[in-house]
Design a protein around this ligand. Structure first.
Ligand SMILES: [Zn+2]
Ligand SMILES: [Zn+2]
Length: 234
């Protein structure tokens, strides 16, 4: 059935061109999203430069209250608010291994990064999954996104030697204090990152604990600057 669906979908794509993942209308060849749906996405227009938290367009500072004392990253870019239909697209990406979603979300984020006129990092580090979680899911959604971004920005991806030490329970099922304990020392970095400018890639940033823990790990391995690229910010 799945094969038949793919087969008919391939034929459809070849005859009619790609269709929009949200409304099934014809989409441009290079993107699985029609122009109307793209325009209506919940774009994050005004956000904290260190953690991408949404800020009012009229805010005097481009830095949120929390980041004034403890910035999450040097430069954070998130393309979308984590709300419909971005949350749906990300869920599809996470649990269905559907490549059109990785391609689409990766490219939307890459567009945002390119438009941001920011310093290009030396390499991207997708947030690693623990081997157990990776086996369960079959793929790392952050890596899928990073591959698209790496291609668009022409930068490399660093993954070897950067590991998640503990299988994490679904963060969303834990209380805030448990989340912090769960994520502490969650990562290990066995490579020399001396002087490197790195950008962490993740699908969605909620509390920021995961990013903070990974960034600390990368800095302790010598990273000079750690940025954050996420598809969506809750
Ligand atoms: Zn559409
Ligand atoms: Zn912030």
């Amino acid at each position: 059935m799945h094969f038949l669906y793919r087969w008919s979908k391939n034929i459809q794509t070849r005859l009619l061109g790609p269709s929009c993942v949200l409304c099934r209308a014809p989409a441009p060849l290079t993107q699985d999203l029609c122009a109307d749906c793209k325009a209506e996405l919940p774009w994050l227009e005004s956000a904290c430069r260190h953690c991408a938290l949404a800020l009012p367009a009229t805010a005097a500072h481009r830095i949120c209250r929390a980041c004034r004392t403890r910035p999450l990253a040097e430069q954070a870019i998130a393309a979308l608010h984590y709300r419909p239909p971005a949350d749906w697209l990300i869920t599809r990406l996470k649990f269905n291994a559907r490549m059109p979603h990785a391609r689409l979300l990766g490219d939307l984020l890459a567009e945002r990064i390119a438009a941001g006129d920011i310093a290009t990092p030396d390499c991207l580090v997708p947030v690693p999954l623990h081997p157990i979680n990776l086996r369960q899911r079959g793929f790392n959604q952050a890596e899928r996104l990073a591959r698209r971004i790496a291609r668009q920005l022409d930068v490399s991806i660093a993954m070897r030697g950067i590991e998640r030490r503990r299988a994490t329970q679904r963060q969303s099922m834990l209380a805030a204090s448990e989340r912090r304990a769960n994520i502490r020392d969650a990562f290990a970095c066995d490579v020399d990152l001396a002087g490197a400018h790195i950008a962490i890639v993740d699908d969605v940033v909620t509390t920021g604990h995961t990013v903070r823990a990974l960034a600390a790990c990368l800095r302790s391995a010598g990273a000079r600057r750690v940025d954050l690229y996420a598809v969506a910010r809750a």
